[in-house]
Design a protein. Structure first.
Length: 467
């Protein structure tokens, strides 16, 4: 809204700038108080507004001249707003509302207000209140100043909530969430920048997100990508918008959009990681984002669900679209599974080369040798699949390639040729076998252990061996 008697002012341009930097490129403009000026002034203000809109990249903006006291233009403005397509509020997303006010109402109790960023809420729902970190029950709702039993993303909502929290404990910037958050609030994230003014490396900033305002710094990467480091952690999700202002809070410098919440401590400037970030920043939907994350390895489902603000229904629909490998809370794509499989086979081949006399490692040892940094449950599941597919064989718990045959060393073979004829119906003590064949007891134990691993004999660990 621009008042005809004031015209385009400094705050008007700043508001347009913030709308541009946060990706809001469709506007409806109302020129108000038209009854206080003549037609020439209205025309002058119209031209000022159109020039400002063009300067900030707002095309095809619809403009109405209004005067509330006379009712001029109000019906036309209302009709235009009513025919605009309603904002889609996907049912598969979690409810999330940033609290900007909290107060008490006599006879009702605690009321909070804010704008819902995603999802939907109903009277009777239980929501998680950050800051106090406690569940709260929704007693009643108002959306767009009207009582309702149901509200959704994009609406201005007042919620009468009940639970173990007092007004004095709440702060502007706290959140009401459909689920308790995964882990802690985020102290650093990777973002894509929309610059209005140049930023310098490690520049201190004021950072605005929803109803929150913190300070922090920026670490510039490449291609419009940067890492934001917050002095006070924020509850963020993928694609959230932030506004960056100079440390004196006098000028808006840039807008930022969250690309990933998982900012690595090291390696952020490696070319392959920067390329991956650029691809992720261009992801059009949740399915594309999941596929891009899976290119790098296993994806933790609770973490991804929080990042994309997907509820259980949304996560289930997303996973069912593709043939993923899942173990517990972790997911793996077929191409990455193939890479892991190759690594397991190569590791096993190397082990056989270095330990020709052994049947192979156990599955836990193989996991630690081949993929020590990857999710344990996923790796073990993949090993079991490889066993089922015949890529790996198992003998008495020892894993080996199909063509691997463990054997004795020359020295061990010579001892075994002496020992083998002695086995019958009765067990032998290891010490007695060593004495009988004139072999050192330690060497005899190695030979018998090797024979047991090959399944030739069975060992009683306490004292004896059986043929």
């Amino acid at each position: 809204m621009v008042a005809c008697d004031d015209g385009v002012m400094a705050q008007t341009r700043e508001h347009l700038q913030i709308l541009q930097l946060t990706g809001n490129l469709q506007l409806t403009v109302a020129l108000t108080k038209a009854d206080r000026v003549d037609e020439a002034r209205i025309g002058e203000v119209r031209e000022e507004v159109l020039a400002a809109l063009d300067n900030y990249g707002f095309a095809d903006t619809v403009l109405f001249v209004t005067a509330a006291n006379e009712g001029r233009g109000i019906a036309e403005l209302r009709a235009h707003l009513q025919q605009l397509p309603a904002r889609l509020h996907a049912a598969q997303h979690r409810f999330r509302l940033a609290i900007d006010r909290a107060f008490t109402v006599k006879g009702a109790g605690l009321v909070v207000t804010g704008t819902a960023l995603s999802g939907e809420v109903n009277v009777g729902d239980t929501l998680w209140l950050t800051g106090v970190n406690t569940p709260m029950r929704v007693r009643s709702l108002h959306a767009q100043n009207q009582p309702t039993d149901h509200a959704y993303a994009g609406q201005r909502i007042a919620l009468n909530i009940a639970g173990d929290a007092e007004k004095e404990q709440l702060n502007r910037g706290d959140w009401l969430l459909s689920d308790a958050p995964v882990g802690e609030a985020f102290s650093r994230v990777i973002v894509s920048l929309a610059l209005h003014a140049p930023l310098s490396q490690w520049q201190p900033l004021h950072i605005h997100h929803a109803a929150s305002h913190v300070t922090g710094r920026v670490s510039l990467l490449e291609g419009g990508l940067a890492e934001l480091i917050f002095d006070t952690p924020l509850w963020l999700a993928d694609n959230d918008r932030l506004v960056l202002r100079d440390i004196s809070a006098r000028a808006t410098l840039a807008g930022a959009r969250v690309v990933t919440l998982k900012a690595p401590r090291r390696g952020k400037r490696k070319p392959d990681y920067l390329h991956w970030l650029s691809t992720l920043a261009a992801a059009q939907d949740d399915s594309a984002a999941l596929a891009i994350h899976l290119e790098r390895g296993a994806v933790n489902l609770p973490d991804f669900g929080w990042a994309r603000q997907l509820n259980p229904v949304g996560m289930r629909q997303l996973i069912e679209q593709h043939g993923f490998i899942q173990a517990g809370d972790n997911l793996l794509s077929a191409p990455v599974a193939a890479r892991w499989q190759r690594k397991i086979l190569d590791t096993l081949a190397t082990y056989h080369e270095q330990h020709r006399d052994e049947p192979g490692p156990g599955r836990e040892r193989l996991r630690r040798m081949a993929l020590p940094m990857e999710d344990e449950a996923l790796v073990l599941m993949l090993i079991e699949r490889m066993r089922d597919d015949g890529l790996i064989h198992s003998h008495h718990g020892w894993l080996h390639l199909p063509d691997h045959k463990a054997g004795f060393s020359d020295e061990q073979q010579a001892v075994w040729q002496k020992v083998e004829p002695l086995f019958g119906d009765e067990p032998w003590w290891v010490r007695d076998l060593a004495k009988e064949t004139g072999t050192e007891e330690q060497l005899m134990r190695l030979v018998l252990r090797q024979a047991a691993q090959q399944g030739i004999i069975t060992c009683d660990r306490k004292r004896s061996v059986l043929s």
